[in-house]
Design a protein around this ligand. Structure first.
Ligand SMILES: [Zn+2]
Length: 432
């Protein structure tokens, strides 16, 4: 930013404005309604890559608030509130998907102020807060200076591979100047602020060979031996400590019996880095380890070492070669921002204004990855309330003071985008 904006001051201006105070009071009174919608949404199964039902219902709830709700090709749902001026376009989104398969029992159980249900916090809470935010904006008639895009997206969790945000940003990323992911809920008085993006690349690598008898077909190329060579070469790689760059072969599979040469075997590899460049470098190295292993296994059985006839008189194909299939099963871009970047400073200022201490999390994998990898300022915002046991069947959400979540989110996006007749945007327009 050319002129460094005092974010604490910018946040204070919004927070003390008549429109924000009115909206904040509305959201407090709206808490029960928000929790009811959270309870309705959490009971609609929404496993990553199967979010259609929940997305459809979310779209209807958005329409019921009087908004035009778009659903794109992959089921991201959002509305656009046009700004009155030439301010930045600010996008805030929660995620519709969960880590729970479609047949998971989703029956909320209540214990005092706690609600137990898989997915109740991560990120059904975020989705419900988005609806409260929209109600408040409409109730007060807030007119932002920059455009607001408000919605919920698909594919944030593991198997979703960020497909919702990838789709949106590939198509419309150039229109967005700042992105907030309204995700998860904090578990104490300290709030974690996720501002970096750990990238990852994952493969399923399958080795194929003709297969045969371990004794009778000795001399035949062996897929498990090829994979063993590959794992050895991969395990010998060295990666930078900073930015942290890691790899692991997490699962191996294959073979049928001790006296058989396998037809096929496979392994799953996970690679991660806090920056995109070392991740791509590591990716190249891993792929070359695999190619080298296959070549060596094929070359190992030279003509003179091959025994073309086996003990049963069968002839195996002396020219048989190991073939490898490399299937990419994960691809999340990485990137970093500094604590001094505008959206990060803004999120700190928002939390400080609520008297909450921030714990910075530089490296994580969230919906913000895509924006951060495109150098669009982005940061995580947690929902209100409290939670524990996310991603497990015992996940719970404590509703106490949960209205603070949508209040914080509204404060963040209005400070960024500005309020017509009240204050200028605290964020510059970076996109053209
Ligand atoms: Zn989440």
């Amino acid at each position: 930013m050319s002129n460094r904006v005092d974010m604490d001051l910018a946040v204070k201006r919004v927070r003390e404005s008549k429109v924000y105070l009115e909206a904040a009071a509305f959201m407090k009174a709206d808490e029960r309604h928000t929790i009811d919608q959270q309870l309705e949404l959490v009971q609609i199964p929404s496993y990553s890559n199967h979010e259609e039902l929940r997305a459809k219902r979310f779209q209807e709830l958005m329409q019921a608030e009087g908004y035009e709700a778009y659903m794109d090709e992959v089921c991201n749902v959002y509305t656009v509130i046009p700004g009155s001026g030439d301010g930045p376009t600010v996008y805030i989104s929660a995620h519709l998907d969960t880590v729970f398969p479609m047949d998971t029992k989703l029956e909320p159980r209540f214990e005092g102020t706690k609600i137990f249900c898989p997915g109740i916090a991560d990120d059904t809470r975020g989705c419900a807060e988005i609806l409260s935010l929209l109600r408040a904006i409409r109730h007060v008639g807030i007119k932002p200076v920059g455009n607001l895009i408000i919605g919920a997206n698909v594919g944030e969790e593991g198997l979703g591979d960020l497909r919702g945000m990838r789709h949106f940003f590939q198509k419309d990323g150039k229109k967005v100047d700042a992105f907030f992911t309204l995700d998860g809920v904090d578990s104490g008085n300290r709030v974690s602020v996720t501002y970096g993006a750990t990238g990852s690349i994952r493969y399923k690598v399958t080795f194929h060979g003709p297969g045969g008898h371990s004794y009778g077909d000795y001399g035949c190329v062996n897929p498990i031996h090829a994979m063993g060579r590959a794992i050895y070469y991969i395990s010998e790689l060295r990666t930078p400590e900073l930015p942290k760059t890691t790899f692991s072969v997490g699962v191996v599979d294959g073979g049928t019996s001790v006296n058989s040469i396998a037809h096929t075997c496979s392994m799953l590899i996970d690679m991660r880095s806090d920056e995109q460049e070392p991740l791509e470098q590591l990716n190249k190295q891993v792929l070359s380890c695999i190619n080298r292993a296959v070549e060596e296994e094929n070359e190992h059985w030279t003509e003179e070492r091959k025994w073309s006839k086996n003990m049963f008189g069968r002839t195996y194909d002396v020219n048989a070669r190991i073939r490898v299939d490399i299937e990419q099963v994960g691809n999340r871009p990485g990137g970093s921002q500094s604590l001094d970047d505008p959206t990060v400073r803004l999120v700190y200022a928002v939390h400080h204004s609520f008297g909450v201490e921030c714990v910075p999390i530089a490296h994580s994998s969230t919906d913000a990855n895509i924006a951060i990898s495109m150098k669009i300022p982005a940061c995580g915002l947690p929902g209100g309330g409290k939670t524990a046991n996310n991603h497990s069947l015992d996940e719970w959400f404590d509703t106490t003071d949960s209205y603070i979540g949508p209040q914080r989110a509204l404060l963040a996006i209005l400070t960024c985008a500005g309020i017509t007749g009240v204050c200028e945007p605290a964020l510059e327009k970076i996109c053209r």
